[in-house]
Design a protein around this ligand. Structure first.
Ligand SMILES: NC(=O)c1ccc[n+]([C@@H]2O[C@H](COP(=O)([O-])OP(=O)(O)OC[C@H]3O[C@@H](n4cnc5c(N)ncnc54)[C@H](OP(=O)(O)O)[C@@H]3O)[C@@H](O)[C@H]2O)c1
Length: 323
């Protein structure tokens, strides 16, 4: 099969297209012929060997996909060759075929475009559980989203609006903020245009209820300062490359709750919340209430360029690889 392969850790350009053996199908697994895959920031980190875990080289990056079931191992029930499915994996999706455990795929709801199905795997699930299960966002609350033009950030804007929050989008360009506005954000702040702390104070004089932070770095502290008494700050990732260090007196003074979310830990420790979320997310996708914003599409041969766009923080919403 044709695949994007990382043979040595490094920048996105370390990934090259080659003929690569299709993985064999083990017990409980399915082979999916990939129609579309989507890029996430952790794919960039895995290629650079800077993620929490290492993928041994050579490996095929790619953690979310949609396509058609091509083979089903004996004993797998509820899936058949020819079914349209979407799924997630740690690696393997930037290829003509991917092999995953049967529990890692779900049917594509009727009427949902395969590219949208591929782009709905990681960012929206992350944002949904951050908002719903971790921060418990309530209708009418003030939600601040950092990195609001990126994959997780824009998903948090969309889902925050669906949950009834008033969303303040913080991003680095007018283009990203326009997209966030089109998805329902009410306050728009370009953090490169001035002092973020001051801009948040002006936008939210009563303070924010919740901050969602997939960026870290210099944005985290001013965003945390924008919280009102008893507010919640959820740390989701460090796309800036810098893990922030927050003075604890800020937490003490306002009774702030600092919370964390990590997808694989959440899957292991909160199966009930995970299942409830899967059902609600599936309904949101099937009903068309949430449509992932695809900011750029690439052919498989252009996988390095797709990863580069995400690595540089230039992606708007999701980046899709069309097979
Ligand atoms: N905890 C979890 O389970 C989980 C799950 C998925 C992703 N994540 C993490 O969440 C973060 C966002 O992932 P994503 O897929 O949404 O990424 P993305 O689409 O690339 O968005 C990241 C955003 O971070 C901002 N940014 C600031 N400095 C940057 C830099 N030096 N390089 C790249 N981006 C920079 C950019 O926003 P502005 O330009 O507007 O500032 C960009 O839009 C990553 O750290 C990822 O590892 C965590």
């Amino acid at each position: 099969m044709r695949a994007a392969v990382c043979r040595a850790y490094g920048p996105p350009e370390a990934v090259a297209i080659e003929d690569f053996p299709s993985p064999s199908v083990g017990p409980g697994q399915v082979r999916v012929r990939v129609s579309a895959a989507a890029v996430n920031f952790p794919d960039v980190l895995l290629v650079a060997n800077k993620y929490q875990i290492s993928a041994p080289v050579p490996f095929v990056p790619g953690s979310e996909f949609a396509g058609v079931v091509a083979w089903v191992a004996d004993g797998v029930h509820g899936l058949a060759v020819g079914d349209g499915v979407t799924g997630t994996a740690m690696v393997g999706a930037f290829a003509e075929e991917v092999v995953v455990g049967a529990s890692a795929v779900r049917p594509i709801p009727d009427g949902v475009d395969v590219r949208h199905a591929a782009a709905f795997g990681v960012a929206h699930r992350t944002a949904f559980h951050v908002l719903r299960s971790v921060a418990a966002v309530q209708p009418g609350e003030e939600l601040v989203v950092l990195g609001a033009g990126g994959g997780v950030g824009l998903a948090a804007v969309q889902l925050g609006v669906v949950l009834g929050a008033s969303v303040t989008a913080v991003a680095s360009s007018a283009e990203k903020l326009e997209v966030a506005k089109a998805q329902g954000a009410t306050h728009l702040i370009d953090h490169r245009a001035g002092d973020l702390r001051q801009a948040l104070r002006e936008a939210l004089p009563e303070g924010a209820d919740v901050v969602v932070d997939p960026v870290g770095g210099a944005l985290a502290e001013p965003a945390l300062r924008s919280l009102r008494w008893d507010g919640r700050f959820v740390t989701v990732g460090y796309a800036s490359g810098e893990i922030p260090r927050i003075p604890l007196n800020l937490v003490l003074l306002k009774g702030i709750h600092i919370l964390g979310f990590e997808f694989y830990g959440f899957m292991t420790h909160s199966p009930g919340d995970l299942q409830r979320g899967e059902e609600e997310l599936s309904d949101l996708l099937a009903s068309g209430r949430i449509v992932p914003h695809i900011g750029a599409s690439f052919a498989l041969e252009e996988t390095a360029a797709a990863l580069r766009l995400v690595a540089d923080g230039q992606a708007v919403g999701k980046v899709v690889i069309d097979l």
